[in-house]
Design a protein around this ligand. Structure first.
Ligand code: FUL
Length: 476
C-alpha cells in the first residue's frame, strides 16, 4: 500500500525532487535532470561521417564531401535496434574533429549539403531526432570543439562560429538529453590551436537546451571516467572537484576521473564510453572484431555495476545501417541482462535491521523499487541488514542501490553469508551509489547479511536484490 502511495505521489508531482525532500540531503546531490540520467543507465554512441567511408579514425578535414554517400541510410533502423537492445538513447557525432556536419549547417561549407547523399538535401540529425522520438528514446549530440576544416579555427571568430553552430543545432532538433564535449584540442587548417571560450559555450548550451546534460572531462553535469574501456572505479564517487582543472590537457588525473573525489564539491557522475568494435568509426575489417554479448555483459558489470552509466558506441556502416554483427551482439547482450536479472531471489525476503528510523520500513529494501527507501536512525552511520529468504537458495550476485537523491553516503560495506550456524565473510566493497553489482563464487544459503561499515551520514538504501546468474568473470 505504501508503495502505491509513493508511486502515486511520484506520478502526481511528476518530479523526483519532491520525494527526495522526504529525507534530509547530505552533501552535493543530483539535480532532477541528473537523476533522470542516472536511471537511463545504458545508451548508444554513434560515430558516423566521412571517416566511415575513408576508413580512418581522425579525418583531416580536407576530405572531399563527396565521400559521404550512404546508400541505405535508415535512422529508424538505428533507433529500433537501440530500443530493442534496451538502450535509452543515441548520441551521434553531429560534428567530429574533421568538421563535417551531419546537418546542413549555415556556418560551414563542409556538410551533408555539399555531399551527393540525397543530392545534398539530406539531414542525418533531422532523421535521427525524429526516429529517436518515435521509438521513445533520447537524442544526444557530440559537437567536437576541435575542427580541422573550419578556416577560422584558431582565431576568436571560431568561438563565435562554434556558438552559432551550437545554437543552430540545439534549437533545431527537439530535446537533447546529452551534449558531448570531447577533450581533444589540435590544430586547425591554419596551423593554429584554439583558445576555447568554454564559459560562453556553456551559457549557450544552457540557454538553448537547458534540458541537456553537458558531458566533458569536468562536467559540469557528467564526467569522463578516465578510460575508453568501460571500466569505472570500484570506488566511484559521483562527486568531483573541478576548480583549477580544464577540459583536455588540463583535466584531473585519469585515476581521479575514475574514482571521483570522496569530498568533491559538485555532483558530476562518471560515464563510461566504450566501443563495440576496436575503433570508434566503422571499418569493414573490424566486422569480425565485434564484442560478444558476454564481453558486453562484463563491461556492463564494470560500468553500470559500479554506479556509472554506459555509453556504448555502435558505428553505422557505409550503407548507413547498423551491421548485423553489431545488432546480433546487442541482442545477445540484452538477452543476458534479462536472464541474469530476471529472478530476484530476495524479493519479499524477511528483512531484519540493526536500527530503525520511524516511518522507514525495512521491507522497502526488497520491494523491487529503488525510490522507496530505508534508513537507520539519523544519528547512526553503521548498520547491518539481514535478508532471510524463505528457503536455501543458490546465488552468486548481489545488487545494492543507494537512494542517491539524498546524496551519496556509503564509504564501505561487507557482505556475509550464513553457513553452518555462523556468518562468514563473502565479499566487501567501498562505494555503492546509484547501483553496485557484486559477483562472487556461487553460494547456497538462506541468509545474507549486508553491513555498512563506514558512511558519511546515516546510509539511505533503496534496494537490495540477489541473483543466480552466469559468472561474468569480473574482479570485484
Ligand atoms: C576521443 C576522440 O578523439 C575520438 O575520435 C572519439 O570520438 C572518442 C569518443 O573521443 O577523444
Amino acid at each position: 500500500m505504501l508503495r502505491i502511495i509513493l508511486l502515486l505521489l511520484l506520478t502526481v508531482t511528476g518530479s523526483l525532487g519532491s520525494y527526495a525532500q522526504l529525507v534530509d540531503i547530505v552533501g552535493p546531490a543530483p539535480n532532477a535532470r541528473q537523476m533522470e540520467w542516472h536511471q537511463m543507465e545504458f545508451y548508444l554512441f554513434m560515430h558516423f561521417g566521412p571517416n566511415t567511408f575513408t576508413d580512418v579514425e581522425w579525418g583531416k578535414g580536407t576530405e572531399d564531401p563527396s565521400v559521404f554517400n550512404p546508400t541505405e541510410l535508415d535512422c529508424r533502423q538505428w533507433a529500433r535496434i537501440a530500443r530493442d537492445a534496451g538502450a535509452k538513447g543515441i548520441i551521434i557525432t553531429a560534428k567530429h574533429h574533421d568538421g563535417f556536419c551531419l546537418w546542413p549547417s549555415r556556418f560551414s561549407d563542409h556538410t551533408v549539403a555539399q555531399s551527393p547523399w540525397k543530392n545534398g538535401k539530406g539531414n542525418v540529425l533531422r532523421e535521427l531526432s525524429e526516429a529517436c522520438s518515435s521509438y521513445g528514446i533520447g537524442f544526444g549530440v557530440y559537437i567536437s570543439p576541435w575542427d580541422r576544416n573550419h578556416p577560422d579555427y584558431g582565431t576568436d571568430e571560431y568561438n563565435d562560429i562554434y556558438v552559432k553552430t551550437m545554437r543552430e543545432l540545439l534549437r533545431g532538433y527537439g530535446d537533447i538529453f546529452e551534449l558531448w564535449w570531447d577533450g581533444a584540442n589540435g590544430e586547425g587548417p591554419n596551423g593554429k590551436k584554439q583558445e576555447y571560450d568554454f564559459p560562453r559555450f556553456e551559457r549557450t548550451a544552457r540557454r538553448f537546451a537547458d534540458e541537456a546534460l553537458i558531458f566533458s572531462d569536468i562536467g559540469p553535469d557528467i564526467r569522463w571516467v578516465g578510460n575508453e574501456k568501460g571500466i569505472a572505479g570500484k570506488t566511484n564517487w559521483n562527486l568531483l572537484d573541478t576548480v583549477g582543472f580544464e577540459r583536455g590537457i588540463g583535466a584531473p588525473p585519469v585515476d581521479t576521473l575514475n574514482t571521483g573525489n570522496v569530498n568533491g564539491k559538485s555532483w558530476i557522475p562518471a560515464e563510461c564510453d566504450v566501443s563495440i568494435r576496436p575503433g570508434w568509426f566503422y571499418h569493414p575489417n573490424e566486422d569480425t572484431a565485434v564484442k560478444s554479448g558476454r564481453e558486453l555483459m562484463k563491461i556492463f558489470m564494470t560500468s553500470v555495476g559500479r554506479g556509472s552509466n554506459l555509453l556504448l558506441n555502435v558505428p553505422p556502416d557505409r550503407r548507413g545501417l547498423i551491421h548485423p554483427n553489431d545488432s546480433a551482439a546487442l541482442m545477445a547482450f540484452k538477452g543476458l541482462r534479462e536472464s541474469s536479472f530476471r529472478e530476484n531471489l530476495a524479493r519479499r525476503a524477511r528483512v531484519h535491521v540493526s536500527s530503525s528510523r520511524a516511518g522507514y520500513l525495512p521491507s522497502l529494501l526488497v520491494d523491487g523499487f529503488r525510490f522507496s527507501h530505508w534508513a537507520p536512525d539519523k544519528t547512526i552511520t553503521t548498520c547491518s541488514i539481514e535478508l532471510e529468504m524463505d528457503q536455501e537458495k543458490e546465488f552468486n550476485t548481489i545488487m545494492l542501490q543507494e537512494y542517491i537523491e539524498a546524496g551519496q553516503r556509503i564509504e564501505a560495506f561487507t557482505i556475509e553469508v550464513f553457513n553452518d550456524g555462523n556468518y562468514v565473510p563473502l565479499t566487501s566493497g567501498t562505494t555503492v551509489g546509484y547501483k553496485r553489482i557484486l559477483q562472487f563464487p556461487r553460494q547456497t544459503a538462506s541468509k545474507i547479511r549486508i553491513s555498512v561499515t563506514k558512511s558519511k551520514a546515516s546510509p539511505v538504501l533503496g534496494e537490495i536484490q540477489v541473483f543466480n546468474c552466469e559468472d561474468f568473470g569480473n574482479e570485484q
